[in-house]
Design a protein around this ligand. Sequence first.
Ligand code: SF4
Ligand code: SF4
Length: 342
Amino acid sequence: MSDKILNKDQAASFLAELGRERDLFAPAVSQGKVVWAPLEPGQEPLWRFSNTALSPKEFFFPQTECLMRFKNRQDGEEGMIMHPEPELARERALVNMRPCDAKAFGVLDLIFCQDQMTDDPYWRDKREKSLIVALACNDPCPTCFCTSMNCGPHAEAGADVLLVDLGERLLAKGVSDKGREAIAALPEADEADLAAAEGAKQKAEAAITTQVAMDNIGGREVMELYEAKHWDRVHESCLNCGTCTFFCPTCHCFDIQDETQGEQGRRVRNWDYCMSWLFTQHGSGHNPRGAKKDRVRQRFMHKFSYIPLKRGGEIGCVGCGRCVQQCPVNIDVREVVRDMNA
Ligand code: SF4
Ligand code: SF4
């Protein structure tokens, strides 16, 4: 039995135990927004919130990440010696992550660590040293469509533990071995708790009224999708600002640059975005995605056609709705998918 019960008034001591060997982080309110922040000892996490403004992908894929340091000098004993960045020193627990964001890490695992050819040690180190304690959504937002994207408000994928808010109590489901170990000392849930959690799940799923079908996309030829007429319209209002990609928990384009100062240098990986004209510009000056339509199409084709084709049917979107909320010109990914599926 891996389903346990945690009374909210005992959550602080449970978290203190988790925090004995880990740094704790959780959503908190800052300047009117819900953001990820360190959870201090004894501090109670938020139990009622929609979701964080920015996704938690930065814990594993920072906006700017130093990959290694080097000396920009070719003579002497230390010439051009490269020093890899140290691994994460302490384990950490990310508490009260929404299921869509936890699921997004599973999608990004396929990108960064699917096999030995694509094994990114920077991503893997942080993933292996993190415990994901997800908190099921009982009140999804109108922009949520996770149930259409292999996910859901009570989905467990990507989490180590899934908490379900039952009022004064939390059902704690152990999803992974690491998660089951973390909640092993808690008392067992009873049948009434399980029934209450199931009721909350059904209610939350029913509250997500936006359904976005994808059943035709897989059956269409890639080139047919690529050349579809609707791309002539979708791209028109896009500003190529990249806002959607920076907020998105599954977008993962990056650029790598060497920065030097005197003899010292460092290689950094920075977030980039496929909507940017520079992202695909070649050294020759040629740009295979020189037109805005090409770049807008790429974002959607990647998420809803290329990733499913190449990653065993997984989708490059978890339906969190952030891009719907944040796009300054109201481009709605749900409408784009409907066009792709038509
Ligand atoms: S594409 Fe939009 S809805 Fe889908 S995961 Fe990214 S931000 Fe969320
Ligand atoms: S946020 Fe909207 S306008 Fe900006 S790049 Fe994304 S789709 Fe285009």
